[in-house]
Design a protein around this ligand. Sequence first.
Ligand code: BT5
Length: 327
Amino acid sequence: MTKQSDDRRIAVLSALRECESCSGEALATSLGVSRVAVRKHVTALREMGYEIEARAGEGYRLTSTPDAPLPYEVAPLMRTAFYPRIDGKVRTGSTNDDARALALADAPEGTVVLAREQESGRGRLGRRWTSPAGGLYASIVLRPEVETPQAIVLPLVVGVGTALGLESLGADVRLKWPNDLLAPDGRKIGGILCEGLSEGWRITWIVAGIGINVRHAPDEAPCVCLDDLVGRRVPLATAAAALLDGIAEAYARWSRDGFDPLRADYERRSWLDGREVTVSDVHGGVLASGIASGIDATGRLIVETAEGPKAMLAGDVTLREPTTREA
Ligand code: BT5
């Protein structure tokens, strides 16, 4: 859709918000478009989930706005100007797949895909991300100007940004290296999945995907939802705007100053520090066992093992305590 057409759709929506009942003709005249164009915009808005009644002789009436992270709801709530394009859907397969397709089609940095339900949401290593309606699923196209190995820290940067966003809504969150968001009691509220393409030392694109349980806590390993954490119903558009603002802030700091200055922000929220952990590789092989003692300047997890400190670049972390939970 062109910018002009998008602006007209927003204008149709604003007009519908302001009048009890607007005739197609009045809308067409005030916006300077044909009645056919008005009808097309109304159809498109309905497809996005807006309920718009059309009565013969009376015109159009907006009867409900969906609780969904739709661009026309999210954009006015955002502080940042980082995101040039926001696509919002009620339902999709995986926002990471949608964002990847946009990245491959040269979408600029900051292009976002949002949804409130995913049919095939995924976690790391092909694991499933349960994505019922009422969650927030977001994927952002990033094109960081760093060498490929430096981007390994991106899930942590996005984690800090996500925490900033959820905290602005009143949630107390912790970060579990490398990509989990937890409540202080260890229940999982969200996760981050970064996928990308590089050419040698240059990153072509990275899609940062974030899944947050907002309305419901799915029937998974101990998990929690945002509404329960903050004790009120958070509209999905509000949650999306807060998330995107938080991530834009952390990403801008990382792009400018690198990870080191963000390290304190990560460690302050780190759920693992001081706990006995086992870090495993993709096949379940143990890479390190000991006490997690922090994150280094490049984002690696430091584990104090019997043989001395070990710095972990990647892996799954389980606790070696009675509350052991899978990542
Ligand atoms: C993650 O993987 O935690 C990353 C999840 C990223 C999801 C987002 S949603 C938007 C974007 N589009 C996608 O398709 N994906 C991204 P991992 O660390 O591998 O954790 C997966 C594990 O978390 C599963 O094996 C379950 O144990 C658990 N799990 C699944 N769904 C959950 C949920 N909704 N809430 C809490 N835990 C969940």
